[in-house]
Design a protein around this ligand. Structure first.
Ligand code: ATP
Ligand code: ZN
Ligand code: MG
Length: 289
């Protein structure tokens, strides 16, 4: 049988995907779009790159410098090119011969959306449906912790109360969706992996304010991972990108993120490598029936 995933031979956390894996992932993306049919979300799909200015404004270098992947390119002269080639041929680090570009690898799908939302929101706010390949320079090598993966997110912007209520409703919707896929989810308070000593304080404060919850499922007999996260950002992105309310206050934002590769791995772990033989109820939810 063809492999589900083909690990890159020279770099951890990078995988090619076989037909079965990709089929499951495709079905998941359609099913996720149907979880809340009442909501008319604005759909945007982003490339795996975003402007460096966007992550600078989000504070990513302050909070998660260890996870960011940056894009560099060669901008030198003929003479500098000769030195670059010399370093490459000698198997030396040739990073110093490149220049930081205006792009970074997108670390989370919703980041690419906020710069488009600057200005004043309509009275009942906005709802977006975004997806992007994301990159994180993860430290561990488990297949559940890829360095390049797809994240689908719903993003809600508006007044504080409805935004927080929307996030809370999605925690219940997420539980119901994952249960319908036969994944036995649990919900847990969580915090982001902020860098350094100062980062520990930020993580404590995030937990105390109940800003992040993860929906966790079994990946295999010994591993449980987050396949969804439900995040309330208060006015962090409203402030960073000048997104305001009609009454002059800053907009609040929340996002619900689905890790598509992790979800596919959890389904394949729970029900086996042959989707044709999965329980009828699960196949129906995924539109496979
Ligand atoms: P974790 O605590 O597992 O590192 P996270 O808090 O970094 O997750 P979020 O930033 O909330 O994750 O991202 C939303 C979702 O994207 C996660 O719930 C997960 O399903 C998925 N995700 C995050 N990091 C990875 C990764 N390295 N590989 C695959 N999926 C990931
Ligand atoms: Zn997000
Ligand atoms: Mg993480």
């Amino acid at each position: 049988m063809e492999p589900l995933l083909l690990p890159d031979r020279h770099a951890s956390g990078i995988y090619g995907r076989g037909a079965v894996f990709e089929h499951v992932l495709d079905c998941l993306t359609i099913a996720i779009g149907g979880i809340d049919p009442s909501a008319a979300a604005e759909v945007v799909r982003f490339p795996p790159l975003v402007s460096r200015m966007t992550v600078e404004r989000c504070g990513y270098l302050h909070y998660f410098p260890h996870l960011l992947g940056t894009v560099h390119s060669f901008t030198g002269t003929d003479r500098e090119h000769a030195r670059l080639v010399e370093a490459v041929d000698a198997n030396q680090d040739w990073g110093a011969h490149q220049t930081l570009s205006d792009l970074v690898l997108t670390p989370a799908a919703c980041y690419a959306a906020y710069p488009h939302l600057s200005g004043t929101l309509p009275a009942d706010g906005r709802l977006l449906d975004v997806e992007s390949w994301c990159f994180r320079q993860e430290a561990t090598r488990a297949p559940s912790r890829m360095r390049s993966f797809r994240m689908r997110e719903f993003v809600r912007l508006g007044q504080p109360e409805p935004v927080q209520a929307w996030r809370d409703t999605w925690m219940q919707r997420g539980l119901a969706f994952l249960t319908s896929l036969g994944l036995a989810p649990s919900i847990e308070p969580a915090s982001d992996p902020f860098f350094g000593v100062g980062g520990r304080l930020l993580a404590v404060s995030q937990s105390e304010q109940a800003l992040k919850f993860e929906l966790i499922v079994d990946l295999d007999a010994s591993t449980r991972v987050a396949v969804m996260s439900c995040n309330y950002h208060l006015e962090h992105f409203g402030e960073a990108f000048g997104i305001g309310l009609a009454d002059g206050r800053l907009a609040h934002t929340a996002c619900v993120g689905f890790g598509l590769e992790r979800l596919a791995l959890a389904l394949l772990g729970a029900h086996g490598a042959l989707p044709r033989q999965w329980p009828a109820g699960v196949r129906a939810v995924l539109g496979m029936a």
